[in-house]
Design a protein around this ligand. Structure first.
Ligand code: SF4
Length: 330
């Protein structure tokens, strides 16, 4: 089938089967254009949880589909492809518990640790955080969550993105360390798990120097998953949605170099908008989803094969919901 026929078939099937399609900002254009709703991970989960169609096709990565299932357990959530966020895969419950043991060995009692997990983590990790009284956060509300979490007077264990944890610590004038890096965690306010996003690690201070030298007056915009030294040299640091909002409000003639995922920046582009990298910073797993995968997923629903369905045990869902709800309450 050529692309036009494939698109037509997808539109017909989704209507006939009562399936909604959502797509993250980092998806390829052809998939992005077909979605009923597009957004960042939290926006997608919130929209999908309220959507009335019984079936949802989530074009994104695994933890995002899981977030919908945590919020709306009766909805049947499918992925065109089981794609996993590289950062979310850097931590599981075993690694989480290992970090707790390292902190205990350093003299910090478990009851004095309050975990905060970035939404880019599995349902199991969110559940473990929920059981320990902790919170989920996003890149746009991480500061607010940490302010609240610190009222407990406990040490904050921030998982899995060390860069987001370090960047928030710097913004708040707090100290941070990476668990297991040899430093004494008792001396730091925020103890970061050693995870990172391989895409946002691609941006460097040299890239900023290059663009500033080439285009005097250019604005540098980055995501808080970038390295602290990159964020420190940026004119604006924000979540995916905050970056879109910031860039769209700039005058067209303002030059701007953006340090985040390629597909999203490409859609924001005019002749004065640049990607802050000499390489193409595509998220490999986000880019796995194709139109053919979307079509195959719809056929699998139609033929009641129900492939790539997201399932979570009720015990895990319950505790992950607790951690997510603490964020929503704020
Ligand atoms: Fe995960 Fe990074 Fe891809 Fe986002 S861009 S889904 S954080 S690997």
């Amino acid at each position: 089938m050529n692309e036009i026929v494939l698109k037509d078939e997808i539109i017909k099937l989704k209507k006939a089967l009562h399936v909604s399609i959502v797509a993250h900002f980092y998806q390829k254009d052809e998939v992005f254009e077909l979605a009923d709703f597009v957004g960042d991970s939290l926006q997608l989960a919130q929209w999908a949880a309220k959507d009335e169609n019984p079936y949802l096709l989530f074009c994104g990565v695994g933890f995002m589909g899981q977030s919908v299932k945590i919020l709306a357990p009766n909805k049947r959530v499918f992925m065109p492809k089981i794609a996993c966020c590289a950062m979310a895969r850097m931590i599981d419950v075993g690694y989480f518990d290992q970090n707790i043991e390292i902190l205990k060995a350093a003299g910090i009692k478990e009851e004095d640790i309050l975990p905060v997990t970035y939404i880019n983590s599995s349902a199991e990790v969110k559940a473990r955080v929920g059981m320990m009284g902790g919170y989920v956060c996003t890149s746009s509300n991480a500061k607010k969550i940490i302010i609240e979490a610190r009222k407990s007077n406990k040490k904050i264990l921030f998982v899995p993105d060390r860069c987001l944890g370090q960047n928030i610590a710097i913004e708040m004038g707090l100290t941070s360390c990476v668990v297991g890096d040899g430093s004494d965690p008792k001396l730091s306010d925020i103890l970061c798990y050693n995870g990172f996003c391989s895409v946002h690690q691609l941006f460097d201070v040299e890239d900023i120097a290059f663009y500033r030298a080439k285009y005097p007056g250019i604005l540098i915009v980055t995501h808080p998953e970038c390295k602290p030294e990159v964020c420190a040299l940026s004119d604006f640091v924000g979540s995916t949605s905050q970056i879109i909002d910031f860039v769209q409000k700039l005058p067209k003639e303002q030059k701007v170099a953006i340090g985040t995922e390629y597909n999203m920046v490409k859609r924001l582009r005019n002749e004065n908008t640049y990607i802050l990298s000499s390489t193409k910073p595509e998220c490999p797993t986000m880019n796995e989803t194709s139109l053919q995968d979307v079509y195959n997923a719809l056929k699998s629903i139609q033929e009641e094969r129900f492939e790539n369905e997201i399932t979570i045990s009720e015990e895990t869902r319950k505790w992950a919901f607790v951690a997510l709800s603490r964020m929503f309450e704020l």
